[in-house]
Write a protein that binds this ligand. Structure first.
Ligand code: HEC
Length: 129
C-alpha cells in the first residue's frame, strides 16, 4: 500500500506541476480545473480511508462537471475530445468499483483517471507548440 500511495502522490505532483495552459478569458475553465484538483484530493483521501461514499460523491461531481465541459468548451480538437472521453470513462469506472467496495479496483480506476489528467494536459501542451 505504501508504494501505491507514493505512486498516487507522484501522479498528483505531475498534474499540479503542469505549466499554465491558457491565459485570460479562461477564468471559468480554471475554476473547473481547480475543482477537479480538489475532487482528486478528496478521492485520494477516500482511498486511503476506504471511505467509498466520499469517493463516489467526488467522482460523481467530477463526472458531471466533465459533461458540462464537453458542452461548453470551444476547443474541439479530436485528440482533446478523445482524452475527455477517456477521462469520463475512468470516472465512471471509479464509481462502479467504489460501489462494489473494491478497494483495489477503485485505486486502479483512480490511477487511470489521474493518467488521463496528465495525458489531456500533454495534448494541450503539444498543440500549443
Ligand atoms: C480533457 C482534457 C482535460 C482533462 C481530462 C483534465 N484537464 Fe485540467 N486542464 C485542461 C485545460 C484545457 C486546461 C487549461 C484551461 C483551464 O484552466 O481550464 C487545464 C488546466 C488545469 C489546471 C490549471 C488550472 C489553472 O488555474 O491554471 C489544473 C490544476 C488542472 N487542469 C487539473 C486537472 C486535474 C487534477 C485533472 C484530472 C482529475 C484534469 N485537470 C483533467 C484540460 C483537461
Amino acid at each position: 500500500m505504501k508504494s501505491a500511495k507514493l505512486a498516487f502522490g507522484a501522479l498528483l505532483v505531475a498534474v499540479i506541476a503542469l505549466p499554465a495552459v491558457g491565459d485570460d478569458d479562461q477564468d471559468q475553465q480554471s475554476y473547473w480545473m481547480k475543482k477537479k484538483l480538489e475532487f482528486s484530493e478528496h478521492i485520494l483521501k477516500g482511498l486511503a480511508l476506504a471511505d467509498f461514499d466520499a469517493i463516489i460523491k467526488s467522482a460523481d461531481s467530477m463526472r458531471n462537471m466533465s459533461v458540462l465541459e464537453k458542452l461548453s468548451r470551444r476547443t474541439h480538437a479530436d485528440e482533446y475530445r478523445a482524452q475527455l472521453s477517456i477521462f469520463q470513462a475512468s470516472t465512471k469506472q471509479l464509481i462502479r468499483e467504489a460501489e462494489k467496495k473494491n478497494i483495489d479496483g477503485t485505486a486502479l480506476a483512480f490511477t487511470q483517471m489521474t493518467l488521463s489528467c496528465v495525458n489531456c494536459h500533454k495534448v494541450l501542451r503539444d498543440s500549443a507548440k
